[in-house]
Design a protein around this ligand. Structure first.
Ligand SMILES: Cc1ncc(COP(=O)(O)O)c(C=O)c1O
Length: 422
Protein backbone atom coordinates (compact mmCIF):
# COMPACT_ATOMS: atom_id res chain seq x y z
CA UNK A 1 0.00 0.00 0.00
CA UNK A 2 2.68 2.31 1.12
CA UNK A 3 4.74 1.38 -1.86
CA UNK A 4 1.82 2.01 -4.24
CA UNK A 5 1.21 5.45 -2.75
CA UNK A 6 4.84 6.18 -3.26
CA UNK A 7 4.71 4.97 -6.81
CA UNK A 8 1.59 6.96 -7.60
CA UNK A 9 3.04 9.92 -5.78
CA UNK A 10 6.25 9.60 -7.76
CA UNK A 11 4.35 9.23 -11.02
CA UNK A 12 2.28 12.30 -10.10
CA UNK A 13 5.38 14.35 -9.47
CA UNK A 14 6.94 13.17 -12.71
CA UNK A 15 3.74 14.07 -14.54
CA UNK A 16 3.65 17.55 -12.99
CA UNK A 17 7.32 17.98 -13.85
CA UNK A 18 6.53 16.94 -17.42
CA UNK A 19 3.60 19.39 -17.51
CA UNK A 20 5.81 22.11 -16.07
CA UNK A 21 8.47 21.31 -18.65
CA UNK A 22 5.89 21.38 -21.39
CA UNK A 23 4.51 24.67 -20.08
CA UNK A 24 7.69 26.50 -19.26
CA UNK A 25 10.36 25.22 -21.59
CA UNK A 26 11.00 28.06 -24.02
CA UNK A 27 9.98 27.55 -27.63
CA UNK A 28 12.37 27.96 -30.51
CA UNK A 29 11.80 31.62 -31.37
CA UNK A 30 14.57 31.81 -33.95
CA UNK A 31 14.39 32.19 -37.70
CA UNK A 32 16.23 33.71 -40.63
CA UNK A 33 16.26 37.43 -41.44
CA UNK A 34 13.07 38.34 -43.29
CA UNK A 35 13.32 39.84 -46.77
CA UNK A 36 13.77 43.39 -45.43
CA UNK A 37 16.71 42.52 -43.19
CA UNK A 38 18.18 40.02 -45.70
CA UNK A 39 18.48 42.82 -48.23
CA UNK A 40 20.05 45.15 -45.69
CA UNK A 41 22.41 42.35 -44.68
CA UNK A 42 23.51 41.80 -48.29
CA UNK A 43 23.94 45.55 -48.85
CA UNK A 44 26.03 45.97 -45.71
CA UNK A 45 28.18 42.93 -46.46
CA UNK A 46 28.86 44.37 -49.90
CA UNK A 47 29.24 48.08 -49.16
CA UNK A 48 29.27 48.52 -45.38
CA UNK A 49 32.35 49.65 -43.46
CA UNK A 50 32.66 46.42 -41.42
CA UNK A 51 31.84 47.98 -38.07
CA UNK A 52 28.61 48.94 -36.31
CA UNK A 53 26.61 51.57 -38.18
CA UNK A 54 23.32 53.32 -37.81
CA UNK A 55 21.09 52.85 -40.82
CA UNK A 56 18.22 55.19 -41.65
CA UNK A 57 15.49 53.95 -43.97
CA UNK A 58 14.59 57.03 -45.99
CA UNK A 59 11.28 55.77 -47.35
CA UNK A 60 10.07 54.85 -43.88
CA UNK A 61 11.30 58.17 -42.48
CA UNK A 62 9.31 60.05 -45.14
CA UNK A 63 6.25 57.94 -44.44
CA UNK A 64 6.53 58.79 -40.73
CA UNK A 65 6.91 62.52 -41.43
CA UNK A 66 3.77 62.38 -43.58
CA UNK A 67 1.82 60.61 -40.83
CA UNK A 68 2.89 63.20 -38.25
CA UNK A 69 2.22 66.24 -40.46
CA UNK A 70 -1.20 64.91 -41.41
CA UNK A 71 -2.06 64.70 -37.71
CA UNK A 72 -0.87 68.23 -37.01
CA UNK A 73 -3.03 69.51 -39.86
CA UNK A 74 -2.92 72.80 -41.73
CA UNK A 75 -3.99 75.05 -38.86
CA UNK A 76 -1.23 74.20 -36.43
CA UNK A 77 2.54 74.33 -36.70
CA UNK A 78 4.63 71.18 -36.62
CA UNK A 79 7.77 71.76 -34.58
CA UNK A 80 10.58 69.27 -35.17
CA UNK A 81 12.35 68.08 -32.01
CA UNK A 82 16.05 68.45 -32.77
CA UNK A 83 17.45 66.27 -29.96
CA UNK A 84 15.56 63.26 -31.31
CA UNK A 85 16.79 63.76 -34.90
CA UNK A 86 20.29 65.07 -34.21
CA UNK A 87 21.69 65.59 -37.69
CA UNK A 88 21.55 68.69 -39.90
CA UNK A 89 20.85 66.85 -43.19
CA UNK A 90 18.27 64.69 -41.44
CA UNK A 91 16.52 67.77 -40.09
CA UNK A 92 16.74 69.40 -43.53
CA UNK A 93 14.99 66.42 -45.04
CA UNK A 94 12.29 66.31 -42.38
CA UNK A 95 11.67 70.07 -42.46
CA UNK A 96 11.39 70.12 -46.25
CA UNK A 97 9.04 67.14 -46.29
CA UNK A 98 6.88 68.59 -43.49
CA UNK A 99 7.13 72.12 -44.87
CA UNK A 100 8.07 73.63 -41.53
CA UNK A 101 10.89 75.80 -40.22
CA UNK A 102 9.95 75.36 -36.55
CA UNK A 103 12.47 73.56 -34.34
CA UNK A 104 12.66 72.65 -30.67
CA UNK A 105 16.21 72.65 -29.31
CA UNK A 106 17.54 71.25 -26.01
CA UNK A 107 21.29 71.81 -26.04
CA UNK A 108 23.34 74.97 -26.54
CA UNK A 109 25.94 73.46 -28.92
CA UNK A 110 23.05 72.16 -31.04
CA UNK A 111 21.44 75.61 -30.96
CA UNK A 112 24.60 77.20 -32.31
CA UNK A 113 24.78 74.56 -35.06
CA UNK A 114 21.10 75.13 -35.90
CA UNK A 115 21.56 78.88 -36.24
CA UNK A 116 24.45 78.26 -38.63
CA UNK A 117 22.59 75.65 -40.71
CA UNK A 118 19.05 77.07 -40.59
CA UNK A 119 19.20 80.86 -40.42
CA UNK A 120 15.48 81.03 -41.32
CA UNK A 121 14.34 78.67 -38.59
CA UNK A 122 12.00 79.48 -35.73
CA UNK A 123 13.52 78.05 -32.56
CA UNK A 124 11.84 77.26 -29.26
CA UNK A 125 14.07 75.94 -26.49
CA UNK A 126 12.64 72.72 -25.04
CA UNK A 127 14.15 73.12 -21.60
CA UNK A 128 15.37 76.09 -19.58
CA UNK A 129 19.03 76.76 -20.32
CA UNK A 130 21.33 77.73 -17.46
CA UNK A 131 22.20 81.38 -17.86
CA UNK A 132 25.82 80.53 -18.69
CA UNK A 133 24.65 78.48 -21.66
CA UNK A 134 22.49 81.37 -22.87
CA UNK A 135 25.41 83.78 -22.44
CA UNK A 136 27.66 81.39 -24.33
CA UNK A 137 25.17 81.24 -27.19
CA UNK A 138 25.30 85.04 -27.62
CA UNK A 139 29.09 85.01 -27.32
CA UNK A 140 29.57 82.38 -29.99
CA UNK A 141 26.55 83.07 -32.21
CA UNK A 142 27.43 82.36 -35.84
CA UNK A 143 27.28 85.30 -38.15
CA UNK A 144 24.17 84.48 -40.18
CA UNK A 145 20.89 86.23 -40.93
CA UNK A 146 19.31 84.54 -37.86
CA UNK A 147 17.80 87.23 -35.64
CA UNK A 148 17.54 85.88 -32.14
CA UNK A 149 15.25 88.69 -30.99
CA UNK A 150 12.64 87.44 -33.48
CA UNK A 151 13.51 83.79 -34.09
CA UNK A 152 14.65 82.38 -30.75
CA UNK A 153 12.36 81.75 -27.78
CA UNK A 154 14.14 81.01 -24.50
CA UNK A 155 12.24 78.77 -22.14
CA UNK A 156 11.64 80.26 -18.70
CA UNK A 157 10.44 78.09 -15.84
CA UNK A 158 10.53 80.51 -12.90
CA UNK A 159 10.59 84.18 -12.02
CA UNK A 160 14.16 83.79 -10.76
CA UNK A 161 15.31 82.51 -14.12
CA UNK A 162 13.49 85.33 -15.88
CA UNK A 163 15.44 87.78 -13.73
CA UNK A 164 18.72 86.13 -14.77
CA UNK A 165 17.79 86.42 -18.44
CA UNK A 166 16.70 90.02 -17.97
CA UNK A 167 20.09 90.85 -16.46
CA UNK A 168 21.86 89.16 -19.37
CA UNK A 169 19.65 90.90 -21.94
CA UNK A 170 20.48 94.26 -20.33
CA UNK A 171 24.21 93.49 -20.29
CA UNK A 172 24.15 92.49 -23.94
CA UNK A 173 21.73 95.21 -25.00
CA UNK A 174 19.41 92.69 -26.69
CA UNK A 175 15.74 91.82 -26.51
CA UNK A 176 14.81 88.22 -25.72
CA UNK A 177 11.67 86.28 -26.54
CA UNK A 178 10.40 84.52 -23.45
CA UNK A 179 8.31 81.36 -23.67
CA UNK A 180 7.03 80.16 -20.33
CA UNK A 181 7.09 76.49 -19.33
CA UNK A 182 3.80 75.58 -17.68
CA UNK A 183 2.96 72.47 -15.69
CA UNK A 184 -0.06 70.77 -17.23
CA UNK A 185 0.25 67.64 -15.10
CA UNK A 186 3.69 66.22 -15.86
CA UNK A 187 5.15 67.86 -12.71
CA UNK A 188 8.61 68.18 -14.30
CA UNK A 189 8.76 71.80 -13.30
CA UNK A 190 7.59 74.96 -14.96
CA UNK A 191 5.02 77.35 -13.59
CA UNK A 192 2.79 75.28 -11.28
CA UNK A 193 -0.39 77.37 -11.44
CA UNK A 194 -1.78 80.35 -13.35
CA UNK A 195 -1.46 82.79 -10.41
CA UNK A 196 2.32 82.25 -10.43
CA UNK A 197 2.41 83.92 -13.87
CA UNK A 198 1.67 87.35 -12.39
CA UNK A 199 5.24 88.32 -11.34
CA UNK A 200 6.54 86.98 -14.65
CA UNK A 201 4.13 89.09 -16.70
CA UNK A 202 4.82 92.08 -14.48
CA UNK A 203 8.60 91.84 -15.00
CA UNK A 204 8.16 91.41 -18.76
CA UNK A 205 5.73 94.34 -18.97
CA UNK A 206 8.16 96.54 -17.06
CA UNK A 207 11.03 95.94 -19.48
CA UNK A 208 9.78 95.79 -23.09
CA UNK A 209 13.18 96.84 -24.35
CA UNK A 210 14.71 93.54 -23.18
CA UNK A 211 11.88 91.04 -22.73
CA UNK A 212 8.91 89.95 -24.80
CA UNK A 213 6.41 87.25 -23.92
CA UNK A 214 6.11 84.76 -26.80
CA UNK A 215 3.94 81.90 -25.53
CA UNK A 216 3.71 78.75 -23.44
CA UNK A 217 5.20 75.29 -23.52
CA UNK A 218 3.13 72.62 -21.74
CA UNK A 219 4.48 69.12 -22.29
CA UNK A 220 2.26 66.19 -21.33
CA UNK A 221 3.92 62.81 -22.01
CA UNK A 222 2.17 61.44 -18.91
CA UNK A 223 -0.78 60.86 -21.27
CA UNK A 224 1.26 58.16 -23.05
CA UNK A 225 0.01 54.67 -22.39
CA UNK A 226 -3.60 55.65 -21.78
CA UNK A 227 -4.53 55.08 -25.42
CA UNK A 228 -6.42 58.30 -24.85
CA UNK A 229 -8.55 60.20 -27.33
CA UNK A 230 -9.49 63.88 -27.05
CA UNK A 231 -12.45 63.13 -24.79
CA UNK A 232 -10.42 61.19 -22.23
CA UNK A 233 -10.66 62.89 -18.80
CA UNK A 234 -6.84 63.01 -18.47
CA UNK A 235 -6.58 64.83 -21.83
CA UNK A 236 -9.40 67.19 -20.93
CA UNK A 237 -7.61 67.88 -17.65
CA UNK A 238 -4.40 68.82 -19.50
CA UNK A 239 -6.34 71.11 -21.83
CA UNK A 240 -8.27 72.77 -19.05
CA UNK A 241 -5.02 73.41 -17.15
CA UNK A 242 -3.53 74.87 -20.36
CA UNK A 243 -6.55 77.15 -20.80
CA UNK A 244 -6.27 78.25 -17.20
CA UNK A 245 -2.80 79.64 -17.99
CA UNK A 246 -4.04 81.16 -21.24
CA UNK A 247 -6.73 83.07 -19.35
CA UNK A 248 -3.97 85.00 -17.56
CA UNK A 249 -2.27 86.24 -20.71
CA UNK A 250 -2.46 90.04 -20.80
CA UNK A 251 -4.49 91.43 -23.73
CA UNK A 252 -1.40 93.32 -24.95
CA UNK A 253 0.15 89.95 -25.96
CA UNK A 254 -1.54 89.20 -29.26
CA UNK A 255 -2.88 85.68 -28.82
CA UNK A 256 -2.63 84.71 -32.49
CA UNK A 257 1.08 85.60 -32.48
CA UNK A 258 1.90 83.39 -29.51
CA UNK A 259 3.58 80.01 -29.72
CA UNK A 260 1.31 77.72 -27.71
CA UNK A 261 3.38 74.57 -27.74
CA UNK A 262 2.70 71.12 -26.41
CA UNK A 263 2.69 67.43 -27.25
CA UNK A 264 5.42 65.07 -28.36
CA UNK A 265 5.46 62.06 -30.65
CA UNK A 266 3.46 59.94 -28.22
CA UNK A 267 0.56 62.37 -27.86
CA UNK A 268 0.51 64.67 -30.89
CA UNK A 269 -2.23 62.69 -32.59
CA UNK A 270 -4.66 63.33 -29.74
CA UNK A 271 -5.10 66.96 -30.75
CA UNK A 272 -6.20 66.57 -34.39
CA UNK A 273 -9.55 68.20 -33.59
CA UNK A 274 -8.45 70.55 -30.80
CA UNK A 275 -7.15 74.10 -31.12
CA UNK A 276 -6.03 74.99 -27.62
CA UNK A 277 -2.39 74.67 -28.73
CA UNK A 278 -1.21 75.95 -32.09
CA UNK A 279 2.26 74.41 -32.12
CA UNK A 280 2.90 70.67 -31.69
CA UNK A 281 6.32 69.09 -31.26
CA UNK A 282 7.55 65.67 -32.34
CA UNK A 283 10.89 64.11 -33.21
CA UNK A 284 11.28 60.48 -32.22
CA UNK A 285 8.19 59.33 -34.11
CA UNK A 286 10.08 60.10 -37.32
CA UNK A 287 12.48 57.21 -36.70
CA UNK A 288 10.37 55.28 -34.16
CA UNK A 289 12.75 53.71 -31.63
CA UNK A 290 11.23 50.91 -29.50
CA UNK A 291 10.15 53.25 -26.67
CA UNK A 292 7.80 54.70 -29.28
CA UNK A 293 5.88 51.52 -30.01
CA UNK A 294 2.92 53.29 -28.47
CA UNK A 295 -0.78 53.68 -29.21
CA UNK A 296 -0.81 56.87 -31.30
CA UNK A 297 2.24 55.86 -33.33
CA UNK A 298 0.81 52.58 -34.62
CA UNK A 299 0.98 53.88 -38.20
CA UNK A 300 4.64 54.88 -37.91
CA UNK A 301 7.36 52.45 -38.98
CA UNK A 302 10.76 51.74 -37.44
CA UNK A 303 13.24 53.68 -39.57
CA UNK A 304 16.50 53.54 -37.58
CA UNK A 305 18.54 50.38 -37.04
CA UNK A 306 21.90 49.57 -35.56
CA UNK A 307 23.58 47.07 -37.90
CA UNK A 308 26.60 45.23 -36.60
CA UNK A 309 28.71 42.42 -38.08
CA UNK A 310 29.07 38.99 -36.53
CA UNK A 311 32.70 38.35 -35.57
CA UNK A 312 32.52 34.74 -34.37
CA UNK A 313 30.13 31.80 -34.46
CA UNK A 314 30.04 28.64 -32.35
CA UNK A 315 27.55 25.78 -32.68
CA UNK A 316 27.29 25.39 -28.92
CA UNK A 317 26.82 27.61 -25.94
CA UNK A 318 30.04 28.58 -24.22
CA UNK A 319 30.31 30.54 -21.04
CA UNK A 320 33.24 31.48 -18.85
CA UNK A 321 33.60 29.54 -15.60
CA UNK A 322 31.26 26.58 -15.21
CA UNK A 323 30.95 24.50 -18.40
CA UNK A 324 28.07 22.47 -16.87
CA UNK A 325 25.99 25.63 -16.60
CA UNK A 326 26.38 26.39 -20.31
CA UNK A 327 25.49 22.76 -21.07
CA UNK A 328 22.41 22.91 -18.83
CA UNK A 329 21.24 26.17 -20.38
CA UNK A 330 21.82 24.83 -23.87
CA UNK A 331 19.80 21.67 -23.26
CA UNK A 332 17.00 23.56 -21.54
CA UNK A 333 16.56 26.50 -23.90
CA UNK A 334 16.36 25.88 -27.65
CA UNK A 335 17.27 29.55 -28.15
CA UNK A 336 20.73 28.92 -26.71
CA UNK A 337 22.08 26.37 -29.18
CA UNK A 338 24.32 28.71 -31.07
CA UNK A 339 26.59 31.46 -29.92
CA UNK A 340 27.65 34.48 -31.91
CA UNK A 341 29.86 37.37 -30.89
CA UNK A 342 28.90 40.68 -32.46
CA UNK A 343 31.02 43.77 -33.03
CA UNK A 344 30.17 46.06 -30.08
CA UNK A 345 27.00 45.81 -28.08
CA UNK A 346 25.18 46.94 -24.95
CA UNK A 347 23.65 49.92 -26.72
CA UNK A 348 20.35 51.39 -25.63
CA UNK A 349 18.69 49.09 -28.14
CA UNK A 350 16.76 45.85 -28.60
CA UNK A 351 17.60 43.02 -30.94
CA UNK A 352 15.36 43.21 -34.01
CA UNK A 353 16.71 40.57 -36.40
CA UNK A 354 17.35 37.68 -36.60
CA UNK A 355 14.33 36.84 -34.44
CA UNK A 356 14.59 34.99 -31.14
CA UNK A 357 17.89 36.26 -29.76
CA UNK A 358 18.03 35.18 -26.11
CA UNK A 359 18.94 37.66 -23.39
CA UNK A 360 22.78 37.86 -23.56
CA UNK A 361 24.59 35.89 -20.83
CA UNK A 362 26.50 39.06 -20.12
CA UNK A 363 26.77 42.45 -21.76
CA UNK A 364 29.79 43.81 -23.52
CA UNK A 365 30.30 47.07 -25.35
CA UNK A 366 33.22 45.41 -27.16
CA UNK A 367 31.98 41.96 -28.27
CA UNK A 368 28.55 41.03 -26.97
CA UNK A 369 27.64 37.31 -26.89
CA UNK A 370 24.39 36.61 -28.69
CA UNK A 371 22.81 33.16 -28.47
CA UNK A 372 20.16 31.79 -30.77
CA UNK A 373 18.45 28.60 -31.80
CA UNK A 374 19.65 26.47 -34.69
CA UNK A 375 16.92 28.15 -36.77
CA UNK A 376 19.28 31.11 -37.00
CA UNK A 377 21.95 30.24 -39.47
CA UNK A 378 24.07 33.32 -39.94
CA UNK A 379 27.79 33.29 -40.51
CA UNK A 380 30.78 35.42 -39.64
CA UNK A 381 30.44 38.82 -41.42
CA UNK A 382 26.65 38.59 -41.62
CA UNK A 383 24.87 41.40 -39.81
CA UNK A 384 22.67 41.49 -36.73
CA UNK A 385 20.13 44.34 -36.45
CA UNK A 386 18.90 46.20 -33.41
CA UNK A 387 16.36 48.94 -32.88
CA UNK A 388 17.46 51.78 -30.60
CA UNK A 389 15.15 52.21 -27.60
CA UNK A 390 15.46 55.98 -28.05
CA UNK A 391 17.03 58.13 -30.72
CA UNK A 392 18.44 61.18 -28.97
CA UNK A 393 21.51 59.53 -27.50
CA UNK A 394 21.90 56.44 -29.68
CA UNK A 395 21.97 58.28 -33.01
CA UNK A 396 25.05 60.18 -31.86
CA UNK A 397 27.15 57.06 -31.27
CA UNK A 398 27.94 55.79 -34.76
CA UNK A 399 29.37 58.65 -36.76
CA UNK A 400 27.55 59.45 -40.02
CA UNK A 401 24.09 57.93 -40.37
CA UNK A 402 23.91 55.64 -43.41
CA UNK A 403 20.83 56.46 -45.44
CA UNK A 404 19.23 53.64 -47.40
CA UNK A 405 16.59 53.89 -50.09
CA UNK A 406 15.37 51.18 -52.47
CA UNK A 407 17.98 48.80 -51.14
CA UNK A 408 20.93 51.14 -51.82
CA UNK A 409 22.98 53.58 -49.80
CA UNK A 410 21.96 57.02 -51.01
CA UNK A 411 23.54 59.39 -48.49
CA UNK A 412 25.60 59.81 -45.33
CA UNK A 413 24.28 62.24 -42.74
CA UNK A 414 26.75 63.64 -40.20
CA UNK A 415 25.37 63.95 -36.66
CA UNK A 416 25.69 66.79 -34.16
CA UNK A 417 28.67 67.11 -31.83
CA UNK A 418 27.77 67.07 -28.16
CA UNK A 419 30.33 69.74 -27.42
CA UNK A 420 31.90 72.67 -29.20
CA UNK A 421 35.55 73.48 -29.64
CA UNK A 422 36.28 76.08 -26.97
C1 LIG B 1 9.43 69.72 -24.10
C2 LIG B 1 9.35 68.55 -24.98
N1 LIG B 1 8.52 68.58 -26.04
C3 LIG B 1 8.44 67.55 -26.90
C4 LIG B 1 9.20 66.42 -26.72
C5 LIG B 1 8.97 65.29 -27.66
O1 LIG B 1 10.04 64.75 -28.30
P1 LIG B 1 9.82 63.36 -29.04
O2 LIG B 1 8.77 63.54 -30.05
O3 LIG B 1 11.15 63.07 -29.62
O4 LIG B 1 9.41 62.39 -27.97
C6 LIG B 1 10.09 66.34 -25.63
C7 LIG B 1 10.91 65.15 -25.41
O5 LIG B 1 11.62 65.00 -24.46
C8 LIG B 1 10.16 67.43 -24.74
O6 LIG B 1 10.96 67.40 -23.65
Amino acid sequence: MKRRTLLFGGAGMAASAAVATFLWRPEDRGGPHDLYFSRLNELLKRDGPGYPVLVIDLERLEHNVDVLTRSVGAEKRYRVVVKSLPSVPMLKHVMARADTNALMVFHQPFLTAIVAAFPDSDVLMGKPMPINAAARFYRTQPNTSFQSQRQLQWLIDSHERLRQYQTLARQLGVRMLVNVEIDVGLHRGGIPEPAALEPIFATIASDPEHLQFSGFMGYEPHLTGLGAGLDHPAVQNVLSLYRGFLDRVPPSALRERLTLNGAGSHTLRIYERDHTMNDLAAGSGVVKPTDFDTHHLAENLPAAFIATPILKRYDELRAPGAPWLAKAMQSWDPNRQRLYYIYGGFWKARYASPPGIAEPLYHSTNQEPVSTSTSVNLGVDDYVFLRPTQSEHVLLQFGDLLVVKNGEFVDRWPVFHQTEKT
